[in-house]
Design a protein around this ligand. Structure first.
Ligand code: ATP
Ligand code: MG
Length: 321
């Protein structure tokens, strides 16, 4: 129960800054990026409408929206339907449109698929997504306990493939954390929840806005001057990945003791001024090194997603061949 309470409290969301409060649509793909990615949803989206779907039950509630398990009336296929209510504030509605735009443009087995988006007369916005039947890494941790190094190597490889795809397309996720990583019964892990993500229009765009869940935010997002280096934002996703994997290994958020109440100031001080979280004795050298590469406080010395894909830790995944 303490873990559940701590998790809820960790979800300390920050408001979108003014600079992010303008619609970014249509979102450009960077030069040289194939547009085939939009194909993942277009055919299916044309086929699905909201009236085709029967709501089965609620899968979960997020920041402003509800996710339902739904069944397609004709095909019996199961989907997840994320609904953001019409009366939600404009920031939330913008986040849904942002998420929708990004998901429509991505086509990777490591990123959750979006099959269509509807705006109902009531003003509700609904997004049809691939259904991930094992929940999230957060729910798996609560249900089954901590993950082994082998399992984490497999999970890390999948998230890194997703991040490397996103970063190559100049998309920064900005909210990588266990509850945004969906899992299915084949132990496929997919990145979801792009509500606060950002598409970099120019490769050198600064990206220092305070969005996302602050617990997983990297030091340079609090203090770009000290930890920023040649800050471009992508490294923030790697920091969040390192914290996520460590949390799945330890069973609690690494900057807090089990059951410790998080608050803004404690977290910020721990992230910016404290030592990076330490690993217990007994972990392999490969895992220790992998986490160190992710949790470099100075963003420019943190490894990139494509560098980490070649890290020896990933060889611990029995399926790595
Ligand atoms: P936050 O608002 O902080 O992002 P959240 O990630 O829990 O919170 P949502 O992304 O709206 O919010 O999702 C709510 C819950 O619904 C998730 O935690 C997950 O359990 C479930 N869920 C979301 N998308 C899917 C999906 N595609 N398949 C299966 N379950 C899903
Ligand atoms: Mg989420």
């Amino acid at each position: 129960m303490a873990v559940v309470r701590q998790r809820r409290q960790l979800n300390l969301r920050l408001p979108l800054p003014e600079s992010d409060r303008c619609p970014r649509f249509p979102l450009p793909l960077p030069p040289g990026v194939a547009t085939a990615s939009a194909g993942n949803s277009s055919a299916a989206a044309a086929a699905i409408t909201c009236t085709d779907l029967d709501k089965l039950h609620v899968l979960g509630h997020g920041n402003g929206g509800t996710v339902y398990k739904v069944r397609h009336k004709r095909t019996d296929k199961i989907y997840a339907l994320k609904v953001v209510h019409g009366e939600s504030d404009s920031t939330l509605r913008r986040q849904v449109f942002r998420e929708m735009e990004i998901l429509r443009r991505t086509d990777s087995p490591c990123i959750v698929q979006c099959y269509g988006v509807f705006e109902k007369p009531s003003g509700d916005i609904a997004m049809v997504m691939e259904y991930m039947d094992a929940g999230t890494l957060e729910t798996l941790l609560q249900k089954n306990g901590t993950f082994s190094e082998q399992e984490l190597a497999n999970i890390a490889a999948q998230i890194l493939k997703g991040l490397s795809y996103l970063h190559a397309h100049k998309i920064i996720h900005r909210d990588i954390k266990p509850s945004n990583l969906l899992v299915n019964s084949n132990m496929q892990v997919k990145i979801s929840d792009f509500g606060v993500s950002k598409i970099m229009c120019r490769s050198l765009d600064a990206c220092n806005s305070y969005v996302g869940t602050c617990a997983y935010m990297s030091p340079e997002r609090f203090d770009p001057e000290t930890y920023g280096g040649n800050y471009n934002g992508y490294a923030g996703d790697i920091w969040s990945l390192g914290l996520t994997l460590l949390e799945l290994y330890l069973g609690h958020f690494p900057f807090l003791q089990p059951g410790q109440r998080p608050d803004w100031a404690t977290l910020m001080c721990a992230i910016c001024f404290g030592d990076p979280p330490s690993l217990p004795d007994g972990v392999s050298e490969e895992f220790r090194s992998f986490i160190e590469c992710c949790l470099q406080k100075e963003s420019s010395t943190r490894w990139t997603a494509s560098q980490l894909l070649n890290h020896p830790f990933l060889a611990k995944d029995p399926r790595s061949d």
